[in-house]
Design a protein around this ligand. Structure first.
Ligand SMILES: Nc1nc(=O)c2ncn([C@@H]3O[C@@H]4COP(=O)(O)O[C@H]5[C@@H](O)[C@H](n6cnc7c(N)ncnc76)O[C@@H]5COP(=O)(O)O[C@@H]3[C@@H]4O)c2[nH]1
Lengths: 199, 199
């Protein structure tokens, strides 16, 4: 089905390629790239407590281009997250595209409930296939109906399948955290994604 | 179903983002980027006859990392295609990843049947979701059986759905050429992809 198909694609076409170490000089896994980032930006190790990729799976399928836009305690508009520098790029040839580039973004999170606390850095992004699914729903006259009616099943199936694939993968199990969350309640109050990540 | 799902993902998550012009300085569509390439490398316009993206859809799902590997008249090993420089990169934020980079590769094709003829340049790549599907079949103990049994339906559904989506898209219809081909016959003779492109 569509949801689990996307999960297999997302794992085999992306996570499995960018997260683990491959033992070659040129392709560094996510742990090494985070350590390089810590050294390059002279951070304390405690500033980067979780050396994994956070993958956001919002029930609404909506992921903004910049995660800071979902890091406020609405209707307050102070953002908790801000984009910092990216990790080093990963570059390799794939399916005829020479030197395809894979990039991961680092975000700095300020806990606005405890202003004295040290900001925390994380590598986070939305699960891209869901954003694409969202674009199909909002852009395609033919399929929009079909996708919209099954939206809930699709995302649940995506989440569960991805969670199972990762749990069964020796290479990737400890290198990412999947966060499924309900981002709009009846008041359309936006969840502060930063809060969720900090937990 | 899985094949058509992949086609929607490929179109909305990629083709629709990289092919058309968007009227902004920073995001150039494929035609402009090809024209920039022609000028930058001082090519004649006839050296780059088709200003579109060639998308290869091999029945076997196998796409090598470098397309030159499928451009020989097996068992001869003279390649017809060679990777040239890439087009300019396209960079924009997507789903929380800042400055994600999209790249397309240019290949130079020498027609070895007519050695005197001018080499021809094209922008070509495999349809990456198929390579990912191939990786699932060859890498995943759980799903490999399922995917393998339906491989033929998956790829046919992918091809037909993609062809229809593109045909219905005003933005992308004239900006890409989809090539579905059978790449292995009973003798496992590899098709010369370069020949197909030249037609
Ligand atoms: N966050 C993130 N960063 C990446 O660099 C990346 N690359 C892939 N993915 C996601 O992994 C999965 C498998 O990727 P695949 O390459 O088989 O399909 C991709 C691929 O066929 C095509 N595509 C996307 N970006 C590129 C690109 N830069 N070059 C060529 N093809 C691309 O369009 C499909 C859908 O892309 P996304 O909808 O962005 O999500 C993909 C997909 O869910 C990524 N996700």
């Amino acid at each position: 089905d569509y949801g689990s198909g996307m999960a297999y694609n997302f794992f085999y076409g992306y996570l499995r390629l960018v997260l683990p170490e491959f033992g070659t000089q040129s392709v560094k896994g996510i742990k090494k790239r985070i350590e390089t980032f810590i050294n390059k930006h002279r951070l304390s190790d405690s500033a980067f407590p979780v050396k994994k990729l956070f993958i956001l799976i919002p029930k609404s399928l909506y992921i903004p281009t910049d995660l800071k836009d979902v890091s406020t305690d609405w209707p307050d508009d102070k953002c908790w997250m801000d984009a910092a520098m990216s990790l080093e790029d990963q570059v390799f040839d794939r399916a005829g595209v020479k030197q395809r580039l894979y990039k991961n973004s680092v975000y700095k999170i300020k806990n606005r409930d405890s202003p004295g606390a040290q900001p925390v850095y994380v590598v986070a992004e939305g699960a891209t296939p869901l954003k694409t699914c969202y674009d199909v729903i909002n852009g395609d006259p033919k399929m929009s109906r079909v996708f919209k009616d099954h939206q809930h099943d699709i995302i649940l199936s995506f989440y569960k399948t991805l969670r199972d694939i990762i749990r069964d993968s020796d290479d990737c199990r400890d290198l990412c955290e999947i966060i499924y969350y309900v981002d709009t309640d009846d008041n359309k109050k936006r969840i502060n994604v930063a809060r969720i990540i900090l937990e």
